[in-house]
Design a protein around this ligand. Structure first.
Ligand SMILES: [Zn+2]
Length: 181
């Protein structure tokens, strides 16, 4: 086997391994958290007082956005990595395919930064609802919800840190190898 093919395969394995770690250690855990929040919401939705309605709406927005965010990453991220690896392993050269290579390499990485910034805003806007909480008939569950949201927010930050430090450099290296960066 050629030396170049071997290093491409090594890069492939490392990248797939890192992505699986990201998926298992962060994305799936975040989805568990989303489901927990949704089940708490279902419980307090039984007797919605005005203060609780604001909380329900805030939580619903966060979980809906979060679900899209994670699915987008699980699917788009992986399908891009898959295509990138394929090009890398087959010694594709983007310098000779101008126009025909539709992977939009640079945009892929920017997209993940933009959607993260958007998600951070969603948390910021919706967590504010807990700040001036009036008396509620569900103090425990409201407290649990707040904690879950804070937990989910820090998982988001940690996952993004992992993406930035562990995944992005490998993707960039592969993009460079095929002449796309
Ligand atoms: Zn190309």
């Amino acid at each position: 086997m050629l030396l170049m093919e071997m290093s491409a395969l090594a890069e492939k394995n490392v990248l797939i391994g890192k992505f699986e770690e990201l998926n298992k250690g962060y994305y799936n855990e975040m989805l568990v958290s989303v489901n927990k929040i949704n089940s708490y919401i279902n419980t307090i939705s039984l007797r919605p007082t005005e203060d609780v309605v604001a909380i329900i709406n805030a939580c619903k927005e966060v979980t809906a956005e979060m679900q899209v965010y994670i699915l987008e990453r699980q699917q788009e991220f992986f399908s891009y990595i898959d295509q990138l690896i394929d090009k890398r392993v087959n010694s594709h050269d983007c310098k000779n395919c101008s126009g025909s290579c539709k992977l939009q390499h640079r945009e892929r990485l920017t997209f993940f930064e933009i959607s993260y910034a958007k998600m951070v805003e969603v948390f910021k806007n919706n967590l504010a609802v807990f700040e001036n909480m009036a008396e509620t008939i569900f103090p425990n569950i409201v407290h649990l919800l707040q904690n879950q949201l804070i937990l989910l927010e820090s998982s988001l930050t940690e996952a993004f840190f992992y993406e930035t430090t562990q995944i992005k450099p490998l993707i960039y290296k592969m993009q460079q190898a095929i002449g796309a960066a």
